[in-house]
Design a protein around this ligand. Structure first.
Ligand SMILES: *Cc1c(COP(=O)(O)O)cnc(C)c1O
Length: 487
């Protein structure tokens, strides 16, 4: 059962997955997560799919008998036997989350979300088509399209910021095939896209008939069906640390998470609430460092320039999932959360004080880095350790380095590696001292030649694909576009 962060309204697991966002504009949360006991130890030593079964059964019990078949897609969709392998990189670790079909960590959740939605429709007896609306800073869009294309009873519309994603990310999206998909560029940034999608939901809730025959849902991490699959790899990482002999059961591990919408790191917090021995959760940001300021001071202020960086999936000033952390930190005080979110909407800022911010500071550290520091981290990781990092993961390593003094050096430090370097070949190649070409595919091939690491087949294959989606709209048209049917 889930409740809204902004009121005591509760819904079933299946309804939460289908609706995506609560009717009052809040996000669905599992209010009792810390009080239901979970047998963490029983997950240790198991393979990924087995751990996933246990975590899903605990967090989405109403899906019970469907869970084994849902999580059985992982070995079919991921190219690594461990699904999310942990690699030693110097004295830290990289948790490689990018071995799925679109080469970003979003595949972990979006490989199973369509199955969760289909199962939820069955349970709830829903006959309407589920229309997925998604705003993307680059990676969610393609992973969602890959998951939902041609899934019966669904359609999907993806909005991305025009000029705000990497050329490879754009190529992945605009070449997407499938009869139920629509991809549209918006003349604005990610926050504009995300706001447009939220407004479309509000318009839908106010007048559901505008979407006759369809129910809107979301593939963004505002959907619990996106968040919960991400909890699994924290358990898997811990189990891999145990197998490697790096820790004994019960010792804590720190996790460094390259953060944008605060979904990935929130999944780590949920794992901690379930009893996983997590030390610090380090929120790593690029130059868009609104979260660094918030975690350090309690002041969230989005009134600042939106900066375009080489880690575009983290170019975000309004991190949706922080609302969930506020709910837990404020011990379920929905009035406080609603009032802070109202202030954020109307004034662009809010301040969290007292026990809630102390709770956050007890479990989270935060840091940010510049473009120069990101490039230096990519070069160092390759030269010192022979490990090739993408720009987002490099932000994580750079921040881990900067915060070294605040972390307990006896604990293992796991940096979540969120994308394949071949999604951002120009930035990565130039960090290594190479010269990017006009053509991204040529650049990717040069990066491969320099490092001896093959270009993932799903990226190399894009070159031959036809561009199928060319719509570009102003921000003001997002709601109308979203509420129109795909076909
Ligand atoms: C989405 C994304 C992030 C940020 O994750 P959040 O869950 O939005 O915080 C970081 N790196 C990459 C490569 C991503 O695609």
């Amino acid at each position: 059962m889930f409740q809204s962060t902004r009121s005591t309204c509760t819904v079933s697991d299946t309804a939460a997955v289908l609706q995506g966002i609560a009717p009052d504009g809040g996000l669905f949360v599992d209010a009792g997560i810390a009080s239901r006991s979970f047998d963490v130890k029983s997950c240790m030593g198991l393979g990924y799919t087995e751990i996933a079964k246990k975590v899903f059964a605990h967090l989405l019990p109403e899906f019970s008998e469907k869970i084994p078949s849902i999580v059985s897609v992982y070995p079919k969709k991921f190219s690594a036997a461990e699904i999310t392998p942990l690699r030693a990189v110097g004295d830290a670790y990289a948790l490689e989350l990018y071995h799925g079909p679109t080469c970003a960590f979003k595949d972990v959740a979006l490989s199973v979300l369509p199955l969760l939605i289909t199962a939820a429709k069955e349970t709830e007896g829903v006959k309407e088509k589920i229309a997925i609306l998604t705003a993307t800073s680059g990676d969610t869009g393609k992973a969602a399209l890959e998951g939902f294309h041609d899934v019966p009873g669904t359609e999907i519309t993806v909005f991305f910021p025009d000029g705000g994603v990497s050329p490879m990310q754009k190529a992945q999206m605009v070449t997407q095939e499938g009869g139920n998909v629509r991809v549209c560029a918006v003349r604005g940034n990610f926050d504009d896209c995300q706001r447009g999608v939220k407004e479309a939901f509000a318009a839908f809730h106010a007048d559901p008939l505008r979407c006759a025959g369809r129910i809107l849902s979301s593939a963004n991490s505002i959907n619990v069906g996106r968040l919960i699959p991400q909890v699994v790899y924290y358990f898997s990482a811990y189990s891999q640390l145990l197998s490697a002999g790096r820790i004994s059961y019960g010792e804590k591990a720190d996790f460094v998470v390259p953060t944008g919408n605060f979904g990935d790191i929130l999944a780590g917090y949920l794992a901690m609430l379930m009893g996983l021995p997590v030390g610090s959760l380090v929120c790593a940001s690029n130059a868009n460092n609104v979260l660094t300021d918030f975690i350090r001071t309690g002041v969230y202020d989005r009134r600042r320039p939106f900066l375009k960086t080489s880690s575009p999936s983290m170019d975000i000033l309004v991190s949706s999932n922080l609302e969930r952390l506020l709910f837990y930190a404020a011990e379920g005080d929905t009035e406080l959360v609603a009032s802070l979110m109202h202030q954020l909407n109307t004034e662009g800022a809010y301040t969290l004080s007292g026990k809630p911010i102390q709770h956050i500071q007890e479990h989270f550290l935060a840091g940010c880095c510049t473009e120069e520091e990101t490039r230096a981290a990519i070069a160092d990781l390759w030269k010192e350790h022979g490990w090739l990092s993408d720009t987002h993961t490099a932000v994580g390593f750079a921040v881990a380095q900067k915060l070294k003094g605040s972390l307990d050096s006896s604990r293992p430090c796991v940096v979540l590696s969120t994308a394949s370097p071949f999604k951002f070949p120009s930035a990565v190649l130039s960090a290594l001292g190479g010269t990017p070409q006009e053509d991204e595919f040529e650049t990717a091939a040069n990066l491969s030649a320099l490092t001896g690491i093959p270009v993932p087949a799903s990226i190399a294959g894009l070159k031959e694909k036809k561009v199928l989606h060319t719509d570009v709209i102003p921000v003001a048209e997002v709601v109308d576009y979203a509420l129109r049917s795909v076909d």
